[in-house]
Ligand binder design. Structure first.
Ligand SMILES: [Zn+2]
Length: 123
């Protein structure tokens, strides 16, 4: 089996981009908040690596036992990822921020892969 089905690098890139955006938006005001974000990012990276390793071992075992076709598996994983990456539809009248839980109008939120987030910054 070539390649990995669970792309930790992609997810870490999204996390880092999120942290950088928080800095640009001024959401992270203090050194302490930045430290919390840095530590959380590292912890999530470690957890993702563990999950990635387990998923890859399971996939390899299933392929080696001829339980699944690696091409079919790769195709289905890619199809699932494409579906998950599709923008989450935001209601035109209101949206709830996934970070702070505030109810906003659709004009006051940005749609992210995780849901609506206050725009320009979350209080
Ligand atoms: Zn918010």
């Amino acid at each position: 089996m070539k390649g990995r089905f669970f792309l930790v690098d992609d997810i870490q890139r999204v996390q880092i981009a999120g942290l950088q955006q928080a800095l640009v938006d001024g959401d992270a005001h203090t050194t302490n908040e930045l430290e919390v974000l840095r530590r959380r990012s590292i912890q999530q990276g470690i957890q993702l690596e563990e999950v990635s390793t387990m998923v890859n071992i399971l996939a390899r075992m299933l392929i080696e036992s001829s339980s699944i076709d690696p091409k079919v598996l790769a195709y289905r994983v890619e199809a699932e990822l494409e579906e998950r990456r599709a923008p989450v539809p935001v209601p035109t009248t209101a949206a709830t921020c996934v970070l702070c839980g505030a109810n906003r109008t659709s004009a006051d939120v940005e749609v992210t892969p995780y849901g609506a987030v206050c725009e320009p910054s979350c209080p």
